[in-house]
Design a protein around this ligand. Sequence first.
Ligand code: GLC
Length: 446
Amino acid sequence: MKKNDCLSAELRVLDDCFRVTIIEMKDIAEKFHEAMLDGLTRLKGPLKMLPSFFNIPTGEENGVFLSVDFGGTNVRVSLIKLLGDGEITVLKKRSTLLKDPGGSYDYTSSAATGRELFSFLAEQIVELVGANETVPLGLTFSFPTEMQASNKAVLIAWTKEFNTRMVEGRDINLLLHDALQGRGLHGIMPVAVINDTVGTLLTAAYVNPNADIGSICGTGHNTCYFEPLPPRQPGPMIINIESGNFNGLPTNDFDRYLDLHSEKPGEQVLEKMVSGRYLGELMRLVVLDLVHKGCLFPGRGSDMTGFPFQTNSLSAEHISLMLGDESLGLSETAAWLKGSTGIEELSLPELSALKTIANLLTTRAARLVAATYAGVLRRLDPLLKRPHIIAVDGSLYEKMPGFATNLRLAMDDVLQDRSGQVTLKITKDGSGMGAAIAAAVAGAFK
Ligand code: GLC
């Protein structure tokens, strides 16, 4: 078969492999809803359904708070003023990578301990507010924690390929408290810990009471919602679903290969199919398969280093670049590829095949996420009798070309004539601002 025929035939196969039909979305929504109930009532199944000990805010909370947002890629420290009438101002902020691309430090891997990591966080606080500030602190910690109170959160297990030593099984707030004391920051009081999804929902609900679902589509993926009747809890509260661990999904060979070679095989199956931490690697595996079949970059042999031979040589940013490439002859994609593969001559069909694959993967991601949102809505309001706002934060939703549009279209597909009741709302920096709101309302559940 000629190279281009081979490429078109393989693209058709991939299209089948990554397509999620409306029927499949409805089925996933049903299964997701059932898994939510299992997690809530029987503490079983893939969804942890973790209580947050936070309720929806009134919008009247006010004061100045320090927010520390420990996400998947950066730590963001901000001094935030809540004005009380649903208004929030960021007074100052600072963002630092958790892993230096130059290799001088890495707090995300087993190279570091929890003590080192939290001392690094305390250092970022000193850099922003100095050593003498007196202010309550809210921490957004974007990993699954078992909340025992609004200021007591034990890390269940790392996700997103993190592996820092001596943090799993420990109280995150205590680690932070000790690091602050160690640096002499006696005026900074860590009063609240939340998940980033919870922060996103708190931020959106501070402004609009119809917000009842919060979600992150970024390095990782997860969703929370306002549960009016959580079993075994003192009252209505936000529940962190940890939806990235959902596994009732149709996977293909690429998904299974990626999972098998990840830090924690069998875990975070949905997250590995939809989030920024994994989409690049998934696409690399697809491209590598086409190279092995001789349909892409033929005759270049396997002595090539870099993309697509090297693990993690493709990132979500590269996918963004390809999807956003509107240049003549896809010259921006070509320039990047030339730099990372050394290939001088790339044909237009090869370049557009890459864009097609990027599109297939990100569209599937949007449709899977939409199906899980439909599952949550089924719990909240099965007939969609009232309006709902789903607050979404994260780099994928904000920056990946086409992702937000595909998510909306997928919601319309799965919810059909009731879809108008549901608004998807970008809640930029919601995870960090939410930490300030959490600090303002901490301790409501005794
Ligand atoms: C991972 C974490 C989860 C977090 C999400 C988004 O799925 O387990 O807690 O909310 O990433 O950052």
